[in-house]
Design a protein around this ligand. Structure first.
Ligand code: TYD
Length: 387
């Protein structure tokens, strides 16, 4: 597999980086993770292609998170909020806007700059235990420590949790969310698996990780974003009441079979079937002379196009609203990425919904495509054409 967000130009094709995407499951702690890990500097840098604020739905989701934090978690006299992977400031901009002390930590300079332009105080760096000591001496301990879709990206998670242990006030909380393993397995959404995501969390693996650092999960809440995520609330062990939801979710994971190898054998079988169905359909459409365009040059699409073997003769181009991706080619499969305006100017017969996690937002926006006779092709949870 190539780098999922490594959109490139033809002059870079010859030197494109590839690695082996293999996923493993730990029988003891239930963690699911990549075997070979791509060095973080290859993925998160000054040309990082993912800007959080490209989706209106995500902007609403993170405003609601900021509002929740300001309402329920910042009771001290001069509260301090730290966020890792703060990207373009999609959450912290609201905390900054309210005049509250905050610090974003974001290793990709271009997105960090976008946050700073919005008035979000941002440190361009990777967070670890050493950095937590520096932050502690400069700013003191945090009431709330945030991380959205970033914890699962960090190979040295023990160092991050050790840093959080140091930086969190005695009654402080770590609130983080990532795609949930239960959703990935249930929906056969194998496209959630790519280089940036080293880990695929469930409550069991997170509880085990927390325990090793004197932290515990006190609550959790499923989230509809990113195709099914889980928000975990973690505190110093014994500092807060543990919600009954925690025991309930552990039991649910047991029922789902998330801790059994057989579940992953079935997952693999389902993935292979999904690939065969999708390729069968794309070949049929191609033989019928139909035009198919990809919608959303997501990281996830890199897994789908490369795993299934989707080539530009099957999917003409991928439409995307992110300027940095436009005019480039998709990683590995080298399908052209074109501005959204080109999709609208000449609707294809079928749009392959790579940004399926934003389906509601996109379907509402694309009524004209449908009215013009366009049809959606989806592959999660099953391959089908939406009539
Ligand atoms: P997303 O599904 O959030 O991400 P990931 O990269 O984590 O798989 O990415 C959404 C991509 O889809 C992003 O490149 C912007 C693009 N997009 C559109 O082109 N149009 C849209 O209406 C939406 C919601 C997203």
């Amino acid at each position: 597999m190539p780098i999922a967000n490594g959109f490139l130009s033809p002059s870079q094709f010859a030197d494109e980086y590839f690695f082996e995407l293999q996923v493993a499951f730990c029988h003891e702690c239930g963690m699911v993770q990549l075997v070979e890990q791509v060095p973080p500097e290859k993925m998160f840098h000054e040309n990082y292609a993912f800007f959080s604020s490209t989706s209106a739905g995500m902007a609403i989701h993170f405003k609601e998170l900021a509002d929740l934090i300001m309402r329920d978690y910042l009771k001290s006299s001069d509260p301090f909020v730290v966020e890792i992977g703060s990207n373009d400031g999609i959450t912290l901009q609201h905390i900054a806007g309210a005049g509250l002390r905050h610090l974003g930590i974001e290793p990709s300079l271009n997105v960090a700059q976008a946050a700073m332009d919005k008035g979000v105080q941002t440190l361009c760096n990777f967070f670890d235990e050493d950095l937590s000591r520096e932050i502690l001496s400069e700013h003191g301990q945090a009431d709330v420590f945030l991380g959205s879709n970033v914890m699962c990206h960090i190979p040295d998670l023990p160092s991050v949790f050790a840093g959080i242990k140091i930086l969190l006030k005695p009654n402080g909380v770590l609130i983080f969310e990532d795609p949930y393993l239960g959703d990935i397995v249930e929906k056969t959404s194998y496209d959630q698996i790519y280089d940036e995501r080293v880990f695929y969390f469930a409550l069991k693996s997170i509880s085990h990780l927390g325990e090793q650092h004197g932290l515990e999960v006190v609550d959790l809440m499923p989230q509809g974003v990113h195709g099914g995520s889980m928000r975990y609330e973690v505190a110093h062990k014994g500092a807060r009441t543990v919600s009954a939801t925690v025991a309930r979710q552990l039991a649910k994971e047991e029922t789902l079979g998330l801790h059994k190898p057989d579940t992953y054998r079935r997952f693999r079988h389902n993935i292979e079937r999904s690939r065969d169905d999708l390729m069968g359909l794309l070949h049929d459409l191609s033989q019928q002379g139909k035009r198919v365009v990809g919608y959303g040059a997501t990281s996830k699409s890199t897994t789908v196009t490369n795993y299934c073997g989707i080539t530009p003769d099957l999917v003409e181009f991928i439409s995307d609203t992110t300027p940095i991706k436009q005019g480039k080619f998709s990683p590995g499969a080298h399908i052209p990425v074109r501005p959204y305006e080109e999709f609208v100017a000449d609707y294809p017969d079928f749009a392959l919904l790579f940004a399926w996690n934003h389906a509601a937002e996109i379907m509402a926006k694309e009524e004209n495509f449908r009215r013009a006779g366009g049809q959606w092709l989806v592959y999660v949870p099953r391959v089908k054409v939406l009539k």
